[in-house]
Design a protein around this ligand. Structure first.
Ligand code: URA
Length: 297
């Protein structure tokens, strides 16, 4: 190491600290990529939008993504941190064929275990390629209450479990306040892969992942659904209303098979950490949940 490079070290440390405080805590590529310069896939490379690929049995289960590769092909461990990858895999934006495949994979999962396997094998959401783990669920699949958040953060990505970071610890305290814990609730997210740097998932990513969470709710079949935050409420309650208007009022989530599940939209724990004055609102919502559970027996 030269004297000059040693002198630069504090600058580099400061820069890294700045990145970390700004939420930039993942190095995605060795070199910058000019996304605007990437050529759009040629029509022949795209799977036809109207033809859903065959069901997830045997070989044909591999997602039909011509610009991508399957984890089986690369010999990569499921849930392993992404190693060297073809740049096109991270650059490709999921298209309608992937949404159709997600719907098919979700619909053909007969159990939660199967659903997890189908999601782990699905390569149609670009978030998978920057995430370390699939964050499927935590808690008790037989629980009467299912809580759904937005997307995993850094801690959840590392552990492969939802709500294990700061907001998760607050959520645990909120649950304890109404006599619940992770043995008596089931927790999942709309998006099961961490968006890089905790950015907001795009509407396209949400649409790609929506069939999975909808099927997960259908398979758990809880008595009560709790939507943690606006994105979960908007995605699963089919509304564009803001969470501050939605919260505290019972809505209904209707599953694909037509089951109507009472749903309570409430404030996201991460929001409550930033806005503690609103904790009292979430407290009221959780009391509503407790009362509903009692009423439903
Ligand atoms: N925020 C979410 O919405 N989900 C998590 O799992 C963690 C934080």
């Amino acid at each position: 190491m030269t004297a000059a490079s040693r002198n630069n070290q504090p600058d580099l440390r400061d820069l890294l600290a700045f990145y970390a405080s700004a939420g930039v805590d993942e190095a995605l590529e060795e070199a910058p990529v000019n996304r605007f310069a990437e050529a759009a896939p040629r029509p022949a490379e795209r799977a036809p939008a109207t033809t859903a690929p065959s069901p997830p049995t045997g070989e044909s289960a591999a997602p039909q993504r011509s610009t991508s590769f399957s984890r089986a092909e690369t010999g990569e461990r499921p849930n392993a941190a992404p190693a060297a990858r073809a740049p096109s895999a991270t650059a490709t934006v999921p298209d309608e064929a992937q949404a159709a495949l997600a719907r098919q994979l979700a619909a053909t999962a007969a159990t939660l275990d199967e659903l997890r396997q189908h999601m782990a094998a699905f390569d149609g959401c670009n978030l998978k390629f920057t995430a370390k783990n699939l964050v499927f669920a935590d808690g008790n699949p037989d629980a009467a209450v299912m809580l759904v958040g937005e997307a995993p953060g850094r801690d959840e990505d590392i552990e492969g479990l939802p709500f294990v970071g700061r907001s998760g610890r607050l959520l645990d305290r909120m649950l304890a306040a109404i006599g619940l814990d992770r043995t008596s609730v089931y927790i999942a997210n709309v998006i099961p892969w961490r968006p890089p740097g905790n950015r907001t998932p795009t509407p396209h990513e949400t649409e790609i992942c929506r069939p999975f969470i909808e099927r997960q709710i259908e398979l758990v079949n809880p008595k009560v659904l709790v939507n943690l935050g606006g994105p979960s409420a908007k995605t699963l309650l089919n509304t564009t209303e803001g969470i501050l208007r939605l919260r505290g009022n019972w809505r209904v989530h209707t599953t694909a098979s037509g089951t109507a599940i009472p749903a309570m939209p409430t404030l996201h724990p991460a929001y409550l950490l930033r806005t503690p004055a609103h904790k009292k609102l979430a407290w009221r919502d959780f009391l509503e949940v407790k009362a509903k559970l009692r009423a439903l027996g």
